[in-house]
Design a binder for this molecule. Structure first.
Ligand code: COA
Length: 212
């Protein structure tokens, strides 16, 4: 069980994590946020920016959760928190189902009603979001994000930092490359290369904007 955690991030994803931590019986001591955030979030105070992390660690606060939706940034902040001596515990909402043979890395979050199936592994800092179903023998990569309502059939492989957009379905055995983006509501019937952006049913390459 989580005892006392600091949450790094203060946006919508952080709100969902605060409630999941509390549902597990844990205590959110506060949030580390951007400089312009100051109002408490669901009753959890803002403790300051990244610069307060060493002082929090010195006060024997030793567990952090990275509540940042951007996959690359979440990976970076997770490594930074670990280098400062914070442990990255799992957050698993009590209504999620975890197979006894599933394996979760450090800092993984599994939201309400999600399923992590038989012999599936989820690497560090990945998100299995609300009501996503990740079936048997899947491998979910470092800091990947399986968005709400996705359905991954058996033996799917999702690469590091990939985003599987909300409500997408992936056929058995599909490989999704590192840093790939699968648009909302896609049906993925062919492997997705590293860093590709695809969408639709069946999913096809999408025009990628420089801003992404
Ligand atoms: C795929 C995605 C990242 C593209 O965003 P974007 O770069 O801002 O793209 P745009 O909205 O400018 O669309 C670019 C093109 O792709 C198409 N497109 C965008 N999203 C699409 C989708 N999900 N399925 C099919 N086509 C899509 C657009 O129609 C547009 O087509 P055009 O070139 O013919 O005009 C975004 O639409 C998306 O689906 N994100 C998923 C978000 C998500 O699930 N987050 C999880 C939150 S918990």
């Amino acid at each position: 069980m989580l005892l006392r955690v600091v949450i790094i991030g203060a946006g919508g994803h952080a709100k969902v994590i605060i409630e999941a931590v509390r549902a597990q019986g844990g205590e959110v001591v506060g949030l580390v946020a951007q400089a312009n955030d100051s109002a408490p979030v669901l009753g959890a105070p803002i403790l300051g920016g990244d610069e307060v992390l060493p002082a929090l660690r010195a006060q024997s606060l030793d567990a952090a959760i990275i509540a940042i939706g951007n996959n690359a940034l979440r990976e970076r902040l997770g490594r930074k928190a670990q280098s400062l001596g914070f442990a990255l515990p799992h957050v698993v909402h009590p209504t999620a189902f975890l197979s006894p043979s599933a394996r979760l890395g450090a800092g993984v979050v599994v939201m309400a009603r999600a399923v992590v199936g038989t012999d599936t592994s989820v690497a560090d800092l990945a998100i299995i979001n609300t009501a996503a179903a990740v079936d048997h023998d899947n491998s979910i990569g470092l800091a990947a994000h399986i968005a709400p309502g996705c359905a991954l059939a058996g033996t799917v492989r999702v690469g590091a930092r990939a985003l599987v957009g909300v409500g997408s379905a992936l056929r058995p055995g599909i490989r999704v490359g590192a840093d790939a983006i699968i648009g909302a509501g896609s049906t993925v019937v062919a492997d997705v290369p590293d860093a590709a952006m695809v969408g639709g049913a069946p999913a096809r390459p999408l025009r990628r904007r420089d801003s992404l």
